[in-house]
Design a protein around this ligand. Structure first.
Ligand code: FES
Ligand code: FES
Length: 158
């Protein structure tokens, strides 16, 4: 059933007339053109569709758009500020923490959420926090290195 759904997306108010039971993933990609959010499994397993909802990493393939009514959604397109990449984006580049890049938006947004809840994680805590996001290219070691570098660069700033 179509309805009006309003939420904030990357800092801007958004109002859409959509079937409220569609997934946030496909509304972002097809209605709003934000293709940085990737479709991997569609079943909440791989993490490639991860976005932030009220600062928490969530799988947009497992959320209906009505579930983000009145919430704050951030996608990879909204992470850079004033023309500067987020420290996690910078660290992923510095460590070459990607190959094809398909998992990267979900990895980075999962790491943002991790560092917000635990700004100075141990390496073990980073591994545990990132292990449910899959990288088919096998870049996990460099991804963990990048998150560790970003945590140090951010010095506990959330
Ligand atoms: S596409 Fe959402 S978890 Fe895989
Ligand atoms: S860089 Fe290709 S899936 Fe992770």
């Amino acid at each position: 059933m179509s309805d009006t759904i309003a939420f904030r997306l990357n800092g801007q108010p958004v109002q859409l007339n959509v079937d409220q039971d569609r997934t946030l993933l496909w509304v972002l990609r097809t209605d709003l053109g934000l293709t940085g959010t990737k479709y991997g499994c569609g079943e909440s397993h791989c993490g490639s569709c991860t976005v932030l909802v009220n600062d928490r990493a969530m799988r947009s393939c497992a959320l209906t758009v009505k579930e983000v009514q009145d919430k704050e959604v951030v996608t990879i397109e909204g992470l850079a500020k004033d023309g500067s990449l987020h420290p996690l984006q910078q660290a992923f580049m510095a460590h070459d923490a990607l190959q094809c890049g398909f998992c990267t938006p979900g990895m980075i947004l999962t790491a943002v959420s991790l560092l917000r809840s635990n700004p100075q994680p141990s390496r073990e805590q980073i591994i545990r926090g990132m292990e449910d996001n899959f990288c088919r290219c096998g870049a996990h070691t460099r991804i963990i290195d990048a998150v560790q570098t970003a945590a140090a660069a951010m010095k506990g700033v959330r």
